[in-house]
Design a protein around this ligand. Structure first.
Ligand SMILES: Cc1cc2nc3c(=O)[nH]c(=O)nc-3n(C[C@H](O)[C@H](O)[C@H](O)COP(=O)(O)O)c2cc1C
Length: 208
């Protein structure tokens, strides 16, 4: 990044917010971006915080939505009832920006969004959803869960079909973004909250 854009957003709340969404958008498309694999936090049914790395598939600024993919049998889906709290954390060392997002999450398996996401997933990606038993099941020996003839090779369209019922999209609607920029000239920190009545973000500088 050049010095100029850094200087521009350092002292401007709306530019800082725009920079945050830009980084998330790039992170969802660029496998090499550190924001491609943020840490996603949920709360278990017994109240324990649980975090895990997930691939960020899409970041939509306009409707404040982050999309992830997961197995509908994975533990995290137990944490996510309708409107469950979720947090997403990422740090981009190149941009020197930490993004701490929070909002509400939902899991969709049979929706148009899930169908579209499945259709855009590669055959190797779809193979992940063929594990039997499902993710997190106890096993007495170290296994991938895949049938041995599927390990180490690309499956065909027909072979991945049984994975579709296990495939889910995790959609996080973001309501708060905490933005932290580290600079030797002086850190910057800002909190952005979604105002649902005014349908706009409100920003507030914080002491870093
Ligand atoms: C680089 C990386 C990317 C990952 N991407 C995903 C992902 O996109 N979706 C997912 O469900 N799990 C992903 N995982 C695995 C999760 O971190 C986690 O181990 C697994 O989903 C089980 O979590 P749970 O028991 O909380 O459901 C990824 C792990 C790593 C290391």
């Amino acid at each position: 990044m050049s010095e100029q854009p850094e200087q521009a957003f350092l002292n401007d709340l709306s530019l800082s917010l725009a920079e945050g969404w830009k980084l998330l958008g790039r992170g969802s498309k660029d496998r090499k971006s550190p924001l491609h694999t943020p840490c996603v936090g949920t709360i278990s049914p017994t109240g324990l915080p649980r975090q895990r790395i997930m691939v960020l598939r899409e970041a939509r600024k306009d409707d404040r939505l982050l999309r992830f993919h997961t197995d509908n049998r994975a533990g995290k889906t137990d944490d996510i009832a309708e409107d469950a709290p979720i947090s997403v954390l990422g740090y981009h060392p190149g941009a020197k920006i930490q993004l701490r997002l929070s909002g509400t999450a939902r899991i969709e398996t049979d929706s148009a969004a899930a169908d579209k996401a499945w259709s855009e997933t590669s055959l190797f990606g779809k193979r992940c959803y063929l594990a039997e038993p499902g993710p997190g099941a106890a096993t007495d020996k170290p296994i991938s869960g895949l049938a041995s003839d599927l390990e180490g090779r690309k499956p065909n369209e027909e072979e991945v079909l049984p994975g579709r019922p296990n495939f889910a999209v995790l959609l996080a609607e973001i309501e708060q973004i905490e933005w932290l920029y580290l600079a030797h000239t002086g850190h910057r920190r800002a909190l952005f909250s979604w105002d649902a009545t005014a349908t706009e973000w409100t920003g507030q500088w914080l002491v870093p």
